[in-house]
Design a protein around this ligand. Structure first.
Ligand SMILES: [Zn+2]
Length: 424
């Protein structure tokens, strides 16, 4: 890289850092970052992002789901109505979050729009920066309400969902200042959209271990979440002989070991299987557990692998239950199919990353969920992953260097330019 390029990337990285730091001060809790959907903090963050969008020369509007849109018209007049390229991420966070998850993607998109203007780069399509307010799904039972609204997959009944305080989403939107009456009318049309791009931190350790700053995302893993239950018979821990017990927790433990084994065997297909939550009742040290309920989270890079793994877990668990005289149940609570990135967007992303890093990037699957999973119902998706230290995320220790952020922003700008060249 020449010094000019290095200076440019340093400048972009510093700009991204200052914006990330500004957003990180907007929190519900002193000393930690918590910014839930439609909270007063979300409002302040949305206002700040809107101000940045305006300064970047974008026309700003807030939609019915409180997503901030920053619009730039197409640079060239053509005979046909221009299409629109969407670039964005989310500004909501988990509780006690890191400051880069989601926020970096919004900041990168705003800076990219700003730079395209400064560099007087005309595009043959419209550009729209999106700052979604709900990706994490912490406040309401559903996730990705914002992107689902644009993708046209949101249903009006989401407005009746209530948060832990009993407040409906309808009331929260009204308090926020968003007009929810036209929620389902916000949907974009496939024919009008070029694609959806997102810059996001990897949230895993691969890039950090490989010593690489950026990667192109191949797919967002499909995911199924189950609620499993094992029912047995509670009894006195001192008087019931071992041979005639129906210990629900001991049975659950065997099922959990099976789940881990299934996940390990599918490692090649990026299969992962996790039990992260368990409740035992009655839950006393001197009582044989009568029931156990736990979560099962299964993800994979292809849907067939994930579905087969879930079936194997269900069947194996039933056998374990039968042998132990227990009743096993397994109910799907959430399911998302794999979202494969489009080759026509992966190509310019890979080429842009090679331009700015001097090396062809690796392809990485995203094990974490992202807005691309809902946006894919509307249009093709492409994502750039950015290295984060030790892969730590959803944690205040989350860290991305300013240098890597600079590379990510420049890679995004060049990706947009390359897509423009192909669409010219
Ligand atoms: Zn995120």
């Amino acid at each position: 890289m020449t010094d000019g390029v290095t200076d440019n990337i340093r400048r972009l990285g510093e700009r991204a850092q200052s914006m990330i730091d500004a957003l990180a001060t907007i929190s519900a809790e002193e000393g930690k970052l918590t910014r839930l959907y439609l909270s007063p903090e979300h409002k302040r963050a949305a206002n700040l992002v809107g101000e940045w969008m305006r300064r970047a020369g974008l026309t700003v509007r807030m939609d019915a789901a409180a997503t901030m849109h920053g619009f730039r018209a197409a640079g060239r007049e053509g005979p046909r109505k221009p299409k629109r390229l969407l670039v964005g991420s989310h500004i909501d966070t988990v509780v006690d979050a890191g400051k880069y998850d989601g926020n970096l993607g919004v900041v990168a998109a705003v800076i990219a729009a700003e730079e395209l203007r400064v560099r007087a780069i005309a595009l043959p399509f419209e550009l729209e920066v999106l700052a979604f307010g709900d990706e994490e799904g912490v406040r309401y039972p559903k996730t990705m309400i914002s992107s689902s609204t644009i993708a046209g997959s949101v249903e009006a009944n989401v407005l009746d969902m209530t948060d832990a305080q009993g407040m409906t989403m309808r009331a929260a939107l009204a308090e926020f200042g968003a007009d929810s009456s036209h929620l389902t009318a916000e949907a974009y049309h496939r024919a009008d959209v070029v694609g959806y791009l997102e810059v996001h931190i990897e949230q895993g350790p691969v890039l950090d271990q490989a010593g690489e700053a950026l990667a192109v995302v191949s797919a967002i893993a499909g995911q199924t979440r189950f609620r499993a239950s094992v029912r047995g018979e509670a009894g006195h821990a001192g008087t019931v002989p071992m041979a005639i017990r129906h210990d629900a927790l001991a049975g659950a433990a065997e099922v959990i070991s099976l789940i881990e084994a299934v996940g390990r065997r599918g490692a090649k297909a990026s299969l992962v299987a996790t039990v992260g939550e368990i409740r035992v009742s009655p839950g006393a040290s001197n009582v044989i557990p009568g029931a156990a309920e736990f979560s099962i989270d299964v993800r994979a890079a292809d849907d067939a692998t994930r579905i087969a793994a879930a079936a194997e877990i269900r069947q194996g668990a039933r056998q374990i239950a039968l042998r132990r005289g227990l009743i096993f149940g397994m109910e799907t609570v959430h399911e998302k199919a794999v979202a494969v990135a489009a080759p026509r967007l992966k190509r310019p992303i890979a080429s842009a990353i090679a331009d700015v890093t001097g090396k062809a990037p690796r392809e990485l699957m995203s094990g974490a969920g992202h807005d691309g999973q809902t946006m894919i119902r509307l249009t093709d998706i492409g994502m750039i992953f950015v290295r984060c230290r030790a892969g730590i995320s959803h944690n205040p220790l989350e860290f991305v260097s300013a240098a890597d952020m600079g590379l990510a922003v420049e890679a995004l700008i060049r990706t947009i330019e390359k897509i423009a060249e192909e669409n010219a």
